[in-house]
Design a protein around this ligand. Structure first.
Ligand code: ADP
Length: 464
């Protein structure tokens, strides 16, 4: 059964891990899809923004005209490539601030709600004529960034589109006093890029419902699993305890029943009937075993009472006298072991109201256990403090109780799992009943113990 439960726990945990992985995978995929959809939407919204804005369009005209003029100079050797590029940067610098402001205005006009940075990054500038291609700029070869718009670091840049500006250009230049026609074909390639402020947050916001739902479902599954496994373990414990109880009680019943069978058989024999002394002895044995059986049944019936079924009959007792009497009577009743009881009284109040009958049973249960679960030399230290509450501690030098079992020993039918315990008779009801009696007196009972170092049962009850 234990193996089955362990297997069930392991399988459930593995199942849960697999489920988490699948869930994580699906969420990740959804995140990617949502991100893609969001970026595509934004890309679509802004891709033609500059084309339809007259302000941005005229700014483009300014730098493009300027740039074409410089190329014409370059074509007739009035400027170098570097001059052309520096010139381009200069003109872009001069219009950049206005471009950025106008672009932001366009975003507002088009109801684009999130903060977007946008720029055009020059990728390549190539001049073509009938004989050759002349590359003025190639971003892959020149690490320089020529950018119109907002500065965006490469890691954050999201591509919008690649645009190609192609134009035939004709103009004239005066070189060495002569007017020359300059004709060229320009290919100007830019990469439009954007950076959306807090786009991860926006995507996560869109996924919030999904994330929350999966979290709730997941928590419910884990909760249910935890609850089921816990119930299973509790059921198993209860089943074990019940089996133990049945075994114990059967064991307890067997001896008196066997003796009774034997005694009855003896009484039937003619030769026994003729000996009155033997008959009397046998009848006495039957009576003793009968009493024993009765006591056993009473024990099970009475000791199973819960604290609310215990009706107290309170009377005022002198604490010291009352406890001393119990200890003295107890010492007299045990003959099988050597018992020493050390007593210590720390009193400020002399009397207390309690039910003598029940409270005596509770103390005797603890004292009997101290003897049952100790070796042949039993030393019991009984300390009584009656200051704010009545606190009685009964410490023995017995086998002790494991840490994990300290609470359970007060449960109905519970018997600790020490190997030594199987030699000791018991039904696991004594401490349960004791704790119920103390509870009925509005007090509490705890045990301090370590395996093999004795146990100390401390019970506390209030004075009123
Ligand atoms: P039982 O009839 O088994 O003695 P109890 O309810 O009196 O039932 O005690 C419950 C269990 O607590 C015992 O089976 C034993 O394992 C443990 N126990 C109780 N008293 C002591 C003690 N003084 N020392 C060690 N173990 C104890």
């Amino acid at each position: 059964m234990k193996k089955k439960i362990n297997l069930l726990i392991i399988t459930s945990i593995l199942g849960l891990i697999a489920l988490s992985i699948i869930q994580g995978y699906l969420i990740n995929n959804t995140y990617k899809l949502k991100k893609e959809a969001f970026i595509t939407d934004t890309r679509r919204s802004i891709s033609q923004l500059d084309d339809f804005s007259p302000a941005l369009d005229s700014l483009s005209d300014i730098w493009q005209d300027n740039f074409l003029n410089r190329i014409a100079d370059y074509k007739v050797n009035l400027a170098t490539k570097t001059d052309v590029l520096n010139g381009l940067e200069m003109v872009i610098d001069s219009i950049n601030e206005t471009y950025r402001i106008e672009y932001q205005k366009e975003l507002v006009k088009n109801n684009i709600p999130y903060g977007i940075k946008f720029h055009k990054k020059v990728k390549a500038i190539i001049l073509l004529d009938s004989t050759r291609n002349d590359t003025l700029f190639d971003i892959n070869k020149t690490p320089k960034r020529i950018v119109l718009g907002d500065p965006i670091i490469d890691e954050k840049a999201i591509g919008v589109s690649t645009t190609l500006w192609q134009t035939d250009h004709t103009s004239s230049r005066v070189v060495n006093g002569e007017t020359q026609d300059v004709l060229f074909y320009l290919m100007f390639q830019t990469q439009d890029e954007m950076d959306i402020d807090g786009w991860k947050k926006i995507v996560f916001k869109q996924m919030f419902g999904l994330l929350l739902l999966s979290l709730i479902i997941f928590s419910i599954v884990i909760g249910l699993l935890y609850y089921s496994i816990r119930s299973l373990i509790t059921q198993k414990k209860i089943a074990d305890i019940k089996t133990d109880f049945v075994n114990n009680i059967t064991h307890e019943l067997k001896t008196p029943l066997a003796t009774l069978t034997l005694a009855t058989k003896m009484l039937k024999k003619e030769e026994v009937k003729k000996k009155p002394q033997l008959v009397e002895n046998t009848v006495n044995t039957i009576e003793r075993q009968n009493k024993r059986l009765q006591k056993l049944i009473d024990q099970v019936l009475n000791n199973s009472l819960g604290y609310n079924e215990i009706k107290l009959n309170l009377e005022t007792v002198n604490i010291k006298n009352y406890i001393n009497t119990i200890l003295d009577d107890f010492l007299l009743s045990i003959k099988s072991k050597n018992i020493t009881i050390n007593r210590k009284f720390l009193e400020s109040k002399n009397t207390i109201n309690l039910d003598k009958f029940y409270f005596t049973t509770a103390l005797l249960n603890i004292l009997e256990n101290a003897v049952k679960y100790s070796g042949d030399e039993v030393i019991i230290n009984c300390e009584v403090k009656s200051i704010n509450t009545l606190k009685i501690s009964i410490q023995d030098n017995g086998i002790g109780i494991l840490d994990k079992e300290k609470k359970q020993v007060f449960d109905k039918f519970y018997r600790a799992g020490n190997k030594e315990i199987h030699n000791v008779k018991g039904l696991g009801l004594g401490l349960y009943y004791t704790s119920q009696i103390i509870k009925a007196h509005h007090g509490n009972i705890v045990v301090e113990s370590k395996e093999n170092s004795g146990s100390n049962f401390i019970l506390t009850i209030p004075f009123n």
